[in-house]
Design a binder for this molecule. Structure first.
Ligand code: HEC
Length: 144
């Protein structure tokens, strides 16, 4: 006779002996399957870390070189559209309001070529690059 209250280990033994799934064990297995499905979702784009206080991202040393390494300047060189070459990048971005201080979500220079969510035909080539742009905007989009 099966006792009224048995532990899970006892129950597995009981099931093995009888080749019969008790409702409690069936429920436990069901829950396990359900729990393993819970992780089956699409990962959102990773959010960049917020800048540390006192840590400053330099436009000239860190941001502008990205426009060169990511080949933005093959088009944005003053010929097509605006100029992202090192000497003119800041004034072009400022005059077109492409970087809104402290608001990366409203800054086309961050959102439009974003590698995951951007709609530009050309994109930043790494998350590290777009994270640098994000940090620079969060620090006030300075000409530094
Ligand atoms: C193949 C040429 C080409 C390349 C490479 C390119 N762009 Fe562009 N970009 C354009 C053109 C053309 C437009 C305007 C039409 C449009 O919106 O797509 C534009 C528009 C933009 C805009 C929107 C400007 C506005 O007024 O809203 C931003 C920001 C931008 N580019 C940034 C970049 C960055 C950053 C890179 C490098 C990761 C890049 N682009 C690479 C051709 C290019």
């Amino acid at each position: 006779m099966k006792p009224f209250f048995i532990t899970l280990a006892d129950e597995i033994q009981y099931n093995m002996k009888t080749h019969y799934f008790t409702p409690t064990l069936a429920l436990f297995l069901g829950l396990l399957m359900f729990a393993s499905c819970e992780y089956d979702f699409v990962e959102p784009a990773p959010l960049p870390p917020l800048p540390e206080p006192g840590d400053t991202t330099s436009f000239a040393l860190e941001v502008a070189p990205i426009f060169e390494t990511d080949a933005c300047i093959s088009c944005h060189n003053g010929g097509i559209e605006f100029d992202l070459t090192a000497e003119n990048a800041y004034s072009s971005i400022a005059s077109r309001n492409l970087a809104v201080p402290f608001k990366p979500e409203e800054s086309a220079i961050y959102t439009y070529p974003h590698p995951q969510t951007g709609e530009h035909s050309a994109k930043y080539k790494s998350n590290a690059h777009v994270n640098t742009i994000f940090t620079w905007i969060m620090q006030g989009a300075l000409d530094n």
